[in-house]
Design a protein around this ligand. Sequence first.
Ligand code: GLU
Length: 479
Amino acid sequence: MQGQVRVRFAPSPTGYPHLGNIRTALFNWLFARHTKGVFILRIEDTDQARKVEGATEIIMESLKWLGLDWDEGPYFQSQRLDMYRRYAEELVNEGKAYWCFCSSERLDKMRQDQMARKLPTGYDRHCRNLAQEQVQATKSSGTVPVVRFKSPLEGQTTVEDLIRGEVIFANSTLDDFVLLKSDGYPTYHLANIVDDHYMDISHVMRAEEWLSSTPRHVLLYRAFGWQPPQFAHLPMILGPDKSKLSKRHGATAINEYQDQGYLPEAMINFLALLGWSLDDKTEIMTVEEIVKNFSIERVSKTAAVFNIAKLEWMNGMYIRALGTQEFSDRSLPFVERALPPAVKRPIDAGYLEQIAPLVQERAKTLSEVPSLVDFFFTSTVEYDRELLWGKLDSKQASDILGKSIAALEKTLAWDAEQLEAAIRPLTEELGFKAGPFFGVLRVAITGRTASPPLFQTMEVLGRELCLARLAAASDMLKA
Ligand code: GLU
C-alpha cells in the first residue's frame, strides 16, 4: 500500500538483546503504532559462526514482555538463501559485482602489508577484472568464490538521514565488500537490502553504528535500480561516564531487568527517553501517551546517557502507582522464588495482599519485595541480641518487653489502632521516648531495625505470632 509506514526490527541472534537493541525495537514499534503502520520482526541469522543458541527465543520473549507486538514475522533470513544468491548473481551478470577467489591467506597477508605500510586496510580488488575464462577455470578447479560488489572508485555517496540530514561518504573509503560468502550465506549488506526492498520497508530506523554501512546500501539500491527507504540513525547510548554503554554501567541483557523486578511499563518509559523526548522535561508517560506523541523529528542527534539510578527511580514511581492488588499479584512470583525454602508453598496470595500496602512505598523493584516481607512468612525471626536494645541497655529492653506483653495480652481486638492505644501510654509510664521504645518491639517482632509501620505490621502478623516473638525476645534477654 502506497504511503503506509512499514518498519522492521532486524536483530541478529548473536547474543541476548541488550538495552540498545530494544531501544531500536521500541522506536520502530512506536513509529509504526503512531502512524498506524506495520511493525515487522526479521531475524538476521546469516552469520552462522556468531549465532547464539536460544537468542532468537529470548529476543521474542523480551519483545512480548514489553508489549512490543509485531504485525508480521518473524522472518528468518536463513530460510531465504536462494533468493539472496539469485540477486548476487544478477549483479555479477550485469557487471556490478564479481567473483573473488582470493584465499584467506592472501587476504591476511594483504592486510598485514597494508598495516605495515600504514595504508587503510581493505580489499585490493585483485579479482575485480578477471577475464571470464579465468573465472570459469578457477571455478571448475574447485575454489569456492565469494561475490564482491564493485564499489565506485571515485566520487561520493550521499546518505539522506531523517535525523542527521545529508551525510556524505567518499567512495574511495568504501572497498569492494562481500555480498555472498563462500558458505553460500549472504552478508548483512546484501540480505538486509534485499529484504528491506521486498518487505517494502518505508523507514530504516537503527542504531548509529550502522550509519557507516549505509552508503554501501545506497549503492546497492542503485545497482538494483530500487528506491531506497528513508533512513533514520538513532543516537548512541552512553554510560554516565560518557563511554560506550556496557555492563559496567549496570546495563545488562533486557531479560535480566525483568528478573530484577523492573516493570515493563517503566522500562518502556525509560527507554523511550533514551534519544527521544516529548518536551525536554516530561518524564513519566504512559505508553499510550508516548505512542500518541512519538515523532522522528524529536529524536535527538546527540548521544543519550543511560543512568541506572533514573531507571530505579522511575520504576519506583510505577510501582507506587499500581493498585494494591496488582502490586501484590506482580510481586507474588518474586516472593515465591526468593523466600526461604522453609516457608510453605504456594505462597498465600491473600496474605501477601494484606502485607502489600505496608511495603509498596518502599520497593524500587519487585525483586526487593521478598526481603521486605520475609518476616511475615517465617515462623520465627533471627537477629543478634544487641539489636534488641540499640541505644538502651538490656535491662531497659527487658522492661519494655515485659510491660508490652502484659498490656498486649489484655487487648481484645488485634488491630493497629487498639494496639497503639495499648502500647503508647507505656512509653510515658516507663519514661522512654517513643523511638527507642518502639525500636525494641520492632526488632523483637520483625528481626530488623527498619520495617513497615509497627502497629500495622503487628495487626497483619496477628496476635499469636506477635506474642510468641515478644516472648522469645524476652527469653533471649533473660538467658
Ligand atoms: N542485524 C542488524 C543488527 O543486528 C540490523 C541492523 C539494521 O537494522 O539494518 O542490528
